[in-house]
Design a binder for this molecule. Structure first.
Ligand code: MLT
Length: 407
């Protein structure tokens, strides 16, 4: 008799953004004359930068000619992109990252979901709350947690991110083996200082733990004091893996390209305490289960590292940050406190009200979709996340509607 992975039965029935999409579709079906503006899921709206379009066309032409056609590429990604990543993302910040430590993939969601499988199922997890739901759900699927009791899984050390700590949790007093961190943060938009990240690196060293550092939103950092990469912190090569994505910097949510940095100095241990190379384990997993990102997509990603590409992607992130500023200002005028939006494309609004009820109110009365904070964890209750990813006209209209609805 075929049996299921029973750990799946511990999960909430559906994924947060699928849940929201279902509610919004039901509302749209019942109210076809009321156009909805989506500031919920962080999906980009502006077209790909022109350099990426040109690179896609050129690479497609290469695929059309026998002499330049490409079949399977290297699973880890083409050298031209891995080298460009090192040269443009890490070397200028003084980070030691080597090209063969960069693994090109089809998205950070997949990377965060997949990476955990090279580690033991009985390790101790530390995960922030609120948090991108993929970190928790994939560990539940893998069997690393107990049941969900009142919104929290047994077996996870939750790192509470609250107004009291500025939404940046301190290191816990108990040991953990695998730690998830995301800065600039999804959903709160908070950023971590060098000293805060240094404390995490020291903690990971002390406990021979590994930090999974999600830097998918680093291109939105404007404060020059804030680190963009965990490898800006001394010693991080020995304790951290970093996720990066082209989704939010270059509009690749539908195009799909991201990468993971796994330093060759990183070690994890077997039951006998013997060290193993995490890079070798991940390389084994990646080359067994993944066949690489399409050549034209990798060419499009590499195009952002040209001088024109750098200008165009900066303009794109500046544009969304302009939306975020308008959101912050409008929310503040309504007398609500908020964080984020200055170094991140998300504004985290402290409404003090039930977050799903607030979500419903904005949907029904303003036809605006936000994301209820409770969907990101217990500490998200009382908050909603408003995304800056939309056209300027839609953001302005959404803010006018919200102001009218909450007046
Ligand atoms: C979000 O809205 O949190 C993000 O779009 C999720 C993602 O990048 O997968």
């Amino acid at each position: 008799m075929i049996r299921i992975n029973e750990h799946y039965t511990k999960l909430k029935a559906s994924y947060l953004f699928a849940d929201i999409a279902k509610r919004v579709s039901a509302y749209v079906a019942a109210n076809p004359s009321k156009p909805v503006i989506r500031l919920g899921i962080g999906d980009v709206t502006e077209p790909l930068p022109p350099v990426c379009i040109e690179a896609l066309h050129a690479a497609t032409d290469e695929m059309a000619r026998r002499e330049t056609f490409k079949g399977y590429g290297p699973e880890q990604g083409y050298a031209f992109l891995r080298e460009a990543v090192v040269q443009h993302e890490f070397a200028p910040r003084g980070c030691h990252v080597e090209a063969d430590e960069v693994f090109i993939s089809d998205g950070s969601k997949c990377d965060c979901g997949n990476l955990q499988e090279i580690f033991s199922t009985d390790l101790r997890l530390a995960i922030p709350d609120p948090v991108y739901p993929v970190y928790v759900d994939t560990n539940v699927m893998a069997g690393r947690t107990g049941a969900n009791v009142e919104g929290r899984y047994a077996g996870i050390t939750y790192l509470d991110s609250t107004p009291a700590n500025g939404y940046v949790p301190a290191v816990p007093t108990t040991p953990a083996d695998l730690i998830y961190l995301c800065f600039p943060n999804n959903p709160t938009g908070a950023v971590a200082t060098r000293a805060q990240l240094a404390a995490w690196v020291a903690y990971a060293k002390q406990h021979r733990a590994i930090i999974l550092f999600d830097a998918a939103y680093e291109a939105y950092i404007r404060d020059p004091q804030i680190p963009h990469s965990i490898y800006e912190i001394e010693g991080a090569r020995d304790v951290a893996i970093e996720f990066r994505s082209y989704s939010k910097i270059a509009g690749f949510t539908g195009t799909r390209c991201a990468y993971l940095v796994v330093p060759k100095t990183l070690q994890a241990y077997d039951a006998a305490g013997q060290p193993h190379s995490v890079h070798a384990l991940w390389n084994r997993r990646h080359s067994t289960k993944f066949n690489g990102v399409a050549y034209p997509i990798q060419r499009a990603a590499a195009a952002i590292y040209t001088p024109a590409g750098q200008q165009q992607t900066r303009a794109l992130t500046d544009f969304y940050l302009g939306n975020a500023r308008l959101i912050r200002e409008a929310v503040t005028r309504l007398g609500l406190s908020c964080v984020g939006g200055d170094n991140a494309p998300y504004v985290w609004v402290n409404t003090g009200l039930d977050s799903w009820a607030f979500f419903d109110r904005l949907l029904q009365q303003a036809q605006v979709v936000c994301t209820p904070g409770a969907g990101f964890g217990r500490c998200g209750e009382g908050h909603v996340r408003i995304s800056a990813f939309n056209s300027r006209a839609n953001v302005e209209q959404a803010l006018a509607r919200i102001a009218a609805a909450l007046a």
